[in-house]
Design a protein around this ligand. Structure first.
Ligand code: FEO
Ligand code: CA
Ligand code: CA
Ligand code: CA
Length: 666
């Protein structure tokens, strides 16, 4: 018998989900960094804007120390003094702001939830408590249809579980002849905890006397876990490849898996993404099974990252070879109805969805942008066939079941083409193994390979900015890109720090932008990294005095400024800077002048930035505090946020407000 260590992949490896499975022949546009017109343009633009400010005398005229201080601030419209840019055991926020814990792993969500007892946690308790590793946060106002910024619902994703920081005695002493400890594997009961710690939480929140609290025993409160019945809809629903022994209809599945970022729809529903779903499946002989090519392209192998298949049959490929086809989708649910069934919308494609964010196009169609977070994978767009009806919520219920999914091709002349993934068009035919649109969607990655999409440096959040009508793409990093693979939009080999790309739809600014057009333009906002290290080839506004690495999620305040959350993974230690929230202007002389606002505790990444409509509250998610190599429940790197002996670190939602009650960053 093989040992557990041989069968399962180790936990706590940098970018363990980023396995890089794109072996398609798509050749990136080859262009050396120095010759990259967009980068040259970016540099030129930044220098020109700074020079223009200096020449115009736009900075206020002051004297002495005040003038020096103002000059040091530069032309940014963001007024806050920066947070300490240092890794610590606690969190830090810019002076003049409060950053309070709203809800933590194990806190009560559902009426009757037991008090959190981390040493005796059960699946049944976890089903009623706040899950692990909070990521996406979506705010929906109460009542429905209002613009309230003091009362609403928060839908929060729980991406994955970290057993070494959840369960005691996770590591076994080194075996004879070995120096490294080994993981012992989860017990069946711990697996039940993990199944229930994944998924999503809905809570009702209220601001009273300036302080936010969770409303107890709210009728909206809900946990969606790996045990929640979901419906499958759209072109792939009911297809043979979606059927299992437990579900011969191919239309019903339990749970949402690895829920990273997400999105909202204009009709008040929330989109839950399924990202690194591959790591939960294993067993059998996948290389010689009917779905072998599909498994390979999505990184599914005989090994799995989790131990679930030891006690739950559906995660064993030998027993349920189609179960992985039922994950990797975007799931829509209605937070205003706690009894509603979440629906997997297959028309939006199957890949490692970071999220899916929407905007109503000027013609009434609704457009979703979504990144596939894997090195050398693609950026996608979905345009609904039907039009949004703001007067009739029910009429929008199944809008996401028909429309056109496309993948992005970036050209070196600064243009972008959306390539439709439609069965029967171009190479997406039976001759290439696509017998229907269901096949195109189940194997979205292979379809995008065939049409010639541009392999990207790990697309994380992609969000339309409602103020200027442009779209922002967080490309987090790609250390595996070779010199021969650099192109205009991914201009650095061994890209450790990532870049932010701006997509410019035609038609005009703001609401005039045409998000359904076939061609856009694009440019960079910044190339992340440390400007003090020439080898990083970082590019920011020259007045920036702080640097960032690995942009992940983003949000826009009501003025349309960009707020960036970061996730360096294991590189946090190497880079020596915390993950957290950064912000910058996107227009005017302060474009790409980055300022640091909030620091996560050690080992944590920052997720879920979400403003209330008035811009006076910013919700953020602190995910996997203490996730550094070798940290355990017994010896964590921090016991944030409780700092109590015996209490493990707890992923938590933090609510940030300004002490004077004003707009964040104003
Ligand atoms: Fe789960 Fe792409 O971050
Ligand atoms: Ca994450
Ligand atoms: Ca992410
Ligand atoms: Ca990330």
């Amino acid at each position: 018998m093989t040992s557990l260590d041989e069968r399962y992949e180790p936990i706590a490896v940098e970018d363990r989900d980023d396995i890089g499975s794109n072996n398609s022949a798509n050749v990136p546009l080859i262009e050396i960094t120095q010759a990259c017109p967009s980068r040259r343009g970016l540099l030129k633009g930044l220098m020109a804007s700074t020079a223009a400010v200096a020449a115009s005398g736009a900075l206020p005229k002051m004297v002495g120390a005040a003038a020096a201080e103002e000059a040091a601030k530069g032309p940014s419209t963001l007024t806050f003094t920066q947070a300490p840019h240092k890794i610590g055991e606690g969190h830090q926020v810019a002076p003049g702001y409060n950053a309070d814990i709203l809800i933590r792993w194990g806190d009560k969500v559902i009426e009757g939830a037991p008090a959190f007892d981390p040493m005796h946690q059960t699946g049944a308790a976890q089903e009623k408590q706040f899950g692990y590793n909070c990521d996406y946060i979506g705010y929906q106002p109460l009542p429905l249809g209002s613009n309230s910024s003091d009362h609403g619902l928060l839908g929060i994703n729980h991406e994955y579980t970290t057993p070494d920081l959840m369960f005691t005695d996770w590591y076994r002493p080194p075996e004879a002849g070995k120096t490294e400890p080994t993981e012992r594997g989860t017990t069946p009961e711990e697996t039940q905890v993990e199944l229930a710690a994944h998924g999503h939480t809905i809570i009702e929140v209220k601001k009273e006397q300036g302080v936010w609290r969770v409303v107890e025993n709210s009728p909206y409160a809900r946990r969606i876990t790996m045990n929640t019945a979901c419906r499958i809809s759209g072109p792939a629903a009911g297809h043979d490849r979606m059927k299992t022994n437990a579900d011969p209809t191919g239309t019903e599945v339990f749970g949402v898996l690895n829920n990273c970022a997400g999105g909202k729809t204009p009709w008040g529903t929330i989109m839950i993404s399924e990202e690194n779903f591959n790591g939960y499946f294993g067993g059998g002989d996948p290389a010689n099974m009917p779905e072998a090519a599909n498994y390979k392209r999505y990184g599914i192998s005989a090994k799995s990252r989790y131990w679930w298949r030891e006690s739950v049959d559906r995660f064993d490929l030998a027993k349920e070879p189609n179960e992985p086809n039922r994950f990797g989708w975007m799931t829509e649910y209605d937070p205003y109805d706690a009894s509603s069934t979440p629906v997997k919308r297959t028309a939006l494609g199957r890949f490692k969805h970071e999220g899916a964010t929407s905007i109503v196009n000027k013609d009434g169609r609704v457009v979703f942008y979504s990144g596939d977070d894997e090195r050398f994978d693609y950026l996608y767009r979905f345009v609904t066939a039907g039009r949004y009806d703001p007067a009739n919520r029910a009429a929008n219920r199944d809008l996401l079941d028909s429309g056109t999914l496309s993948a992005a091709k970036f050209n070196s002349d600064g243009s972008l083409e959306w390539l439709p993934l439609v069965h029967g068009r171009g190479p997406l035919t039976a001759a290439n193994g696509f017998n229907s649109q269901a096949d195109v969607l189940i194997e979205t990655r292979r379809a995008a390979d065939m049409v010639g999409a541009t392999p990207m440096d790990r697309p994380e959040d992609v969000e339309p900015n409602p103020v200027n009508g442009r779209v922002y793409v967080m490309l987090t990093n790609n250390t595996q890109r070779k010199d021969s693979q650099v192109d205009a939009v991914n201009p650095r080999a061994a890209n450790r720090h990532g870049q932010i790309v701006e997509l410019i739809p035609p038609g005009g600014e703001g609401a005039q932008a045409d998000h359904a057009a076939d061609r856009y333009n694009w440019t960079h906002v910044l190339l992340a990294g440390n400007p003090a290290k020439p080898e990083d080839k970082a590019v920011y506004h020259p007045a920036s005095d702080v640097w960032l690495s690995s942009p992940d999620n983003c949000a826009f305040d009501p003025r349309g400024r960009l707020w960036i959350s970061t996730d360096q993974g294991e590189a946090q230690t190497k880079n020596g800077i915390p993950d957290g929230m950064y912000a910058c202007d996107l227009t005017g002389p302060g474009r790409a002048l980055v300022k640091f606002f909030f620091a996560c505790p050690i080992g944590a990444e920052m997720c879920g930035p979400e403003f209330t409509p008035d811009g006076k509250t910013l919700f953020v998610a602190v995910q996997h505090p203490s996730e550094v190599l070798g940290a355990t429940v017994e010896k964590p790197a921090t016991r944030w946020p409780d700092f109590k002996d015996g209490m493990p670190p707890r992923p938590s939602v933090v609510v940030i407000t300004k002490q004077d009650g004003g707009e964040i960053g104003a």
